[in-house]
Design a protein around this ligand. Structure first.
Ligand code: AMP
Length: 284
């Protein structure tokens, strides 16, 4: 496994692999790797011949007062995980390498970023799409792998790739969960033991939603208020929002129909946790 710190070196390594006829897979991450990230690496290894992972805590996707400084950066442990998982190249640039001067060129996907998460984190998606566009230009992969855990991010990136005719395909991989249902996340380590237990209610509320839709309940307000009751069992959970949206347009649905994305965003202490499920109402 090679570790590339500069844009030139990762480009050189990818170019050599491509010269040997290898298909390039890419997994962008912010590090603090866990089994969710490993599942993306595994999928990349299955679908491509040469796997590049980036580890970069991207400053432009954090708002003022968010956790950019305190975001975990256990690079040594991450490199071990990558090695074990069979990664070919880790691209771990510095912020200076990625943003050597004031950044005045941005990629902005409209509409889709104004819904859901975009409302509580203004500017977040602009940072995500810009860094992904940069990384796609640097790594030039055939396939890039993203998690369903960040459903809106995957939808936005797919749209950017389509609208800008970027020559790669986005593969979305299922959310990896703990046995109690909590979606695995680098931010879970901010939680104390009791808070972690409480956080399992997030997935319980999503399962409740799936069950209600299965039972024929189609009024979003009813579903949301019952999901709230599940989450309110733990006073530590502060609900930011629960939304049932069309899985393609991300528009809020009053009445449940077609493919529905149910997204939950909560805060436990100062930690923001997100989760979602996709429900196809035609496939009950
Ligand atoms: P992050 O390092 O949190 O920016 O995540 C990097 C990638 O890993 C994103 O595409 C995430 O959606 C994905 N990811 C994070 N957590 C999980 C999980 N529990 N299951 C599947 N994918 C995940």
């Amino acid at each position: 496994m090679k570790v590339a710190k500069t844009i030139e070196s990762v480009r050189r390594l990818v170019k050599a692999a491509r010269g040997k006829g290898k298909k390039i897979g890419f997994v962008p991450t912010m590090g603090a790797l866990h089994i969710g990230h490993i599942s993306l690496i595994k999928k990349a290894k299955l679908k491509t011949d040469f796997v590049v992972i980036s580890i970069f805590v991207n400053p432009t996707q954090f708002g003022p007062g968010e956790d950019f400084e305190k975001y975990p950066r256990p690079l040594k442990a991450d490199l071990e995980i990558c090695k074990k998982a069979g990664v070919d190249v880790v691209f771990a640039p510095t912020a200076k390498q990625m943003y050597p001067r004031e950044n005045i060129t941005w990629v902005n996907v409209e509409k889709l970023t104004e819904q859901l998460f975009g409302r509580s984190r203004p500017g977040h998606f602009r940072g995500v799409t810009t860094v992904c566009a940069k990384l796609f230009n640097i790594v030039a992969p055939d396939l890039a792998f993203f998690g369903q855990k960040d459903a809106q991010q995957a939808i936005v990136i797919k749209r950017m790739v389509a609208d800008l005719n970027m020559p790669l395909k986005i593969v979305v991989c299922p959310t990896v969960r703990q046995p109690d249902g909590l979606a695995v996340s680098s931010r879970n380590q901010y939680l104390a033991a009791q808070q972690k237990k409480d956080a399992a209610l997030i997935y319980k509320s999503l399962q409740k939603c799936r069950q209600m839709i299965k039972d024929g309940i189609s009024n979003s307000k009813t579903i949301i208020s019952r999901m709230r009751k599940v989450l309110q069992q733990a006073p530590s959970i502060k609900i930011e929002y629960i939304s049932l949206v069309d899985a393609e347009t991300l528009r809020e649905l009053d009445k449940i129909t077609g493919k529905v994305l149910t997204a939950v965003v909560v805060k436990i202490g100062s930690t923001r946790l997100i989760d979602n499920i996709l429900i196809d109402t035609e496939k009950k």
